[in-house]
Write a protein that binds this ligand. Structure first.
Ligand SMILES: NC(=O)C1=CN([C@@H]2O[C@H](COP(=O)(O)OP(=O)(O)OC[C@H]3O[C@@H](n4cnc5c(N)ncnc54)[C@H](O)[C@@H]3O)[C@@H](O)[C@H]2O)C=CC1
Ligand SMILES: O=C(O)C1=N[C@H](C(=O)O)C[C@H](O)C1
Length: 265
């Protein structure tokens, strides 16, 4: 599978390049970075600190290399992601997008694109987080309105979006299990929102240091509390999952795919 990685000097792009470079089923054909970066034109292996040259460049022009690839892996920014999406559709290329921070309009654009290309969107490519999502669905199905649901997520100080894409996905899964729309029941922060309205899902975001990613869902009952938590120690689990998602798209027809499909959940 021939792969282009967006943002190969970014936190995720670098790790994805390193993981893809080790895989027998993947061949990196280019990295794409924003214009003006001093590493444009250098070898992708050097730019992404793979430990060896890969013999392919970092370019600032996706259009000039896109026909060489089978799939694009994009963990960049929500603005860049829309440009990548348009080019992937125009050139009929598969796309894995793990970027977060999108609103409903942008998510609809991914859905529309999936009529023309194999499109996989995953706000979290960790296997364990997606197992956790199944547990959350199960808890809500069993406990229903007997519990108050609050989500606390922690990330590094540089993260651009809040709440995290993962916590939005978790909220959507639980709201769906409650037969509700997340937009009708989400409460962001607690200031001005106490006492608690039953049946809502509370959101709390913490940003500090270089915390990789933590998500805890609290189910508050009477005289007891259940907490389900995922901690990542670094970003490797997400990079491995991203490459698994790309490999899953090999030979797939146009359609909207998720990491649940990849993991068979
Ligand atoms: N789905 C998942 O499991 C995960 C998703 N993420 C998401 O991935 C995104 C990126 O996260 P990080 O790597 O931490 O950010 P980062 O800021 O370290 O990296 C972003 C990269 O995108 C590049 N970029 C920006 N505009 C570009 C353009 N027009 N063309 C090419 N490259 C461009 C930047 O140069 C930078 O290298 C965020 O939205 C984050 O929430 C992060 C970790 C896991
Ligand atoms: O920015 C991150 O680091 C992460 N972003 C994703 C999110 O917004 O949920 C996934 C993971 O939490 C790491």
């Amino acid at each position: 599978m021939k792969v282009i990685v967006m943002g190969p000097r970014g936190k995720m792009g670098k790790l994805i390049t390193q993981v893809a470079a080790q895989r027998e089923d993947m061949e990196l054909v280019a990295g794409v970075a924003p214009k003006g970066r001093d590493y444009i034109g250098t070898d992708l292996g050097t730019a992404a600190m793979v430990g060896r040259e890969l013999g392919v460049p970092v370019t600032d022009d996706l259009a000039s290399v896109i026909d060489d690839c089978d799939v694009i892996i994009d963990f960049s920014t929500k603005e860049a992601a829309m440009e990548v999406l348009d080019l992937a559709v125009a050139h009929g290329k598969a796309l894995v997008c793990g970027t977060t921070g999108f609103g409903p309009e942008e998510m609809n654009r991914f859905r529309e694109a999936s009529e023309k290309i194999p499109m996989l969107y995953a706000a979290n490519t960790s296997k364990m987080v997606n197992v956790m999502n199944k547990l959350l669905e199960m808890v809500v199905n069993i406990l229903k309105d007997d519990v108050d649901v609050e989500i606390l997520e922690m990330h590094d100080q540089w993260k651009k979006d809040a709440p995290s894409g993962t916590s939005k996905e978790m909220g959507e899964i639980m709201a769906h299990a409650m037969g509700k729309e997340l937009s009708d029941i989400a409460v962001y922060g607690r200031e001005g929102a106490s006492p608690r309205v039953p049946g809502t899902i509370g959101y709390h975001s913490l940003r500090a240091g270089n915390i990789p990613s933590s998500h805890t869902v609290f189910f508050g009952g009477m005289g007891e509390r259940l907490e389900i938590t995922h901690h990542s120690y670094n970003w490797e689990c997400f990079a491995r999952g991203a490459c698994d998602c790309a490999a899953y798209l090999a030979g797939k027809p146009a359609g909207f795919y998720t990491i649940q499909d990849v993991l068979g959940l």
